[in-house]
Design a protein around this ligand. Structure first.
Ligand code: ZN
Length: 293
């Protein structure tokens, strides 16, 4: 029997409202959205701080911390994973500073934070103009940065969620475990991406299976799958069948296939799919046990 299905909501990333007006920006909007998703069956919420009125990327500690506080005032159980300052800040100490500052207060403490186990090109190829979008969008995460983030998170009681961009990220994860930098059980999020993104695996079942061909065996390893800029639902079914979990939301894709959904609508759809396939849904406490938070 696979573990019950853990549903993580990737609520906003850097998505704007041009394609779907339900993308939450402000701490209140992100918190309201998270509560609705929790009620629908989600156990983990991942968010990026955004400027409340413009939606631009924010590095404000209060935007990060207010979001957690507003969620915890209504739901203390939901597992919360803010992003790091990726793409907004270059120094690694700055990238994780808000996590360190939120951790001591139980009302703002995140339980999970991501470590991207790759340095890669995050540029997009634009087929219509046969051009690269920026030609210079390097996402830099050296092994020194992985170790620094892992040490820092461990010291403040936050568990790393390992973001797995390709098969080599899995080798890095195994190395970090062997070094004692991270602890078992290991929680991995497998990245699929379309829309011209030059990182991640193709957003298909084959793209997922290429990860799983190299995924470490054993009870200490769990995975979920996400897909940037494409519909995850077909792959989500394959992930459920293979014992994996699902990370999904408007941050990654606007889901025109479902009309103009909210994040909670998308979660409801995943819950229905899981039930139809005979997979039970994990509560936040059950997810916490799987990840050993
Ligand atoms: Zn994110």
């Amino acid at each position: 029997m696979p573990d019950k299905l853990i549903i993580e909501v990737r609520s906003n990333e850097w998505a704007m409202r041009n394609l779907n007006p339900n993308v939450p920006y402000s701490p209140q909007e992100i918190a309201d959205d998270a509560i609705a998703c929790a009620n629908a069956g989600a156990s983990v919420i991942h968010y990026h701080a955004r400027n409340p009125s413009t939606g631009e990327r924010s590095t404000s500690l209060s935007h990060y911390a207010d979001t957690v506080r507003l969620i915890k005032e209504r739901n203390k159980d939901l597992i919360i994973m803010p992003t790091l300052g990726m793409g907004t800040l270059s120094e690694r100490a700055q990238r994780i500073d808000h996590i360190v500052k939120m951790a001591p207060d139980p009302m703002t403490r995140p339980e999970l934070a991501p470590i991207d186990l790759i340095t890669c090109n995050l540029d997009r190829y634009l087929p219509a103009s046969r051009m690269f979008e920026t030609r210079n969008a390097v996402f830099e995460n050296t092994p020194a940065t992985w170790v620094y983030f892992a040490d820092t998170m461990t010291s403040v009681g936050v568990k790393p969620a390992l973001i797995i961009w390709d098969v080599n990220s899995l080798r890095a994860a195994q190395a970090l475990l062997e070094m004692g930098q991270i602890n078992s059980p290991v929680w991995c999020e497998l990245v699929l991406a379309e829309g011209g993104l030059l990182a991640g695996h193709p957003g298909t079942v084959k793209g997922l299976e290429a990860f799983l061909d190299f995924f470490p065996a054993g009870p200490g390893w769990s995975w979920s799958v996400l897909s940037s800029r494409c519909n995850l639902l077909p792959v989500a079914a394959a992930a459920m069948e293979r014992g994996g979990h699902v990370s999904i939301g408007l941050g990654d894709y606007h889901y025109p296939e479902l009309g103009t959904p909210t994040n909670a609508t998308i979660v409801e759809r995943i819950v229905r799919l899981a039930r139809d396939m005979g997979r039970e849904i994990a509560t936040a406490s059950e997810a916490r046990r799987v990840m050993r938070l």
